[in-house]
Ligand binder design. Structure first.
Ligand code: ADP
Ligand code: MG
Length: 243
């Protein structure tokens, strides 16, 4: 479903992604672990072109583009294949919960408002927010806001869901409600790439775990391999310190 080949990203002189190769199968849940500054967010942002990779090939569901020769139309078409959930939720503060979820459907997908509303209500029910349709983000807890963020990503029915530290901004007592929603989304067979520091969650939910450091993938394997028998010393240190 996702294939990245030799992705490089520079910010000016700083070489942040140094040749990333990664494939994710349809329905697979892959977690990306690694220390702060290792390039995890940049990698996710390069997959949906919030950042433009410097070079490499990005393929999503058979649509394959070489960064150095890609047209704007190619990039737009790949962007609409992905949905992203951000650490800071990134909701529109002047829109209600329902409007936040509907807007992608009416604008990007040009769905008529009646259908968009029905689809959005169904999804908000799934994330436990049916009673909050007319609330504004400021009236919600962080956990509720992030569930709106997840609903908004799901509404577009993307081929790939990207999560960038979805629980890192939350007070500890609100983390579980969001992780539960993400687990449900994973159990529905969605293809997901998750950057997280919640190691127990990653271990439980992931088909595969990727460990990144300093712009490269140091090691990847099943949760079992990475947690019980990491082959690279750096992974070992990271896992042991974090648990
Ligand atoms: P992680 O998500 O693993 O913590 P990031 O991908 O956010 O790491 O950052 C990797 C490196 O790239 C860091 O050194 C960061 O300062 C740098 N970086 C990230 N985004 C930008 C940007 N928009 N402009 C310049 N440097 C950036
Ligand atoms: Mg990050």
């Amino acid at each position: 479903m996702i294939r990245l080949e030799n992705i490089h990203k520079y910010f000016d002189q700083q070489h942040v992604l140094k040749g990333i190769n990664l494939s994710v199968n349809k329905g697979e849940v892959v977690s990306i672990l690694g220390p702060s500054g290792s390039g995890k967010s940049t990698l996710l942002r390069c997959i949906n072109f919030l950042e433009h990779p410097t070079s490499g090939i990005v393929e999503i569901n058979g649509k394959r583009i070489d960064i150095e020769s890609a047209s704007k139309a190619d990039i737009l078409s790949l962007r609409t294949s992905t949905g992203m959930v951000f650490q800071q939720y990134n909701l529109f503060k002047n829109l209600t919960v329902l409007q936040n979820v509907m807007i992608g459907l009416t604008s990007v997908k040009q769905m008529n408002p009646v259908d968009a509303k029905n689809v959005s209500i169904d999804i908000l029910e799934k994330v436990g927010l049916k009673e909050r349709l007319s609330h504004y983000p400021v009236q919600l807890s962080g956990g509720q806001q992030q569930r709106v963020g997840i609903a908004r990503a799901l509404a577009l029915n993307p081929e790939v869901l990207l999560f960038d530290e979805p629980t890192s901004s939350l007070d500890p007592e609100l983390v579980d409600e969001v992780l539960t929603v993400i687990k449900n989304v994973a159990n529905e067979g969605n293809t997901m790439l998750i950057v997280t520091h919640e190691l127990n969650f990653a271990r439980e939910i992931s088909d595969r775990i990727v460990f990144m450091e300093n712009g490269i993938i140091v090691e990847e394997g099943t949760a079992e391999q990475i947690f019980n028998n990491p082959s690279v010393e750096r992974t070992k240190q990271f896992i042991s310190k974090a648990i």
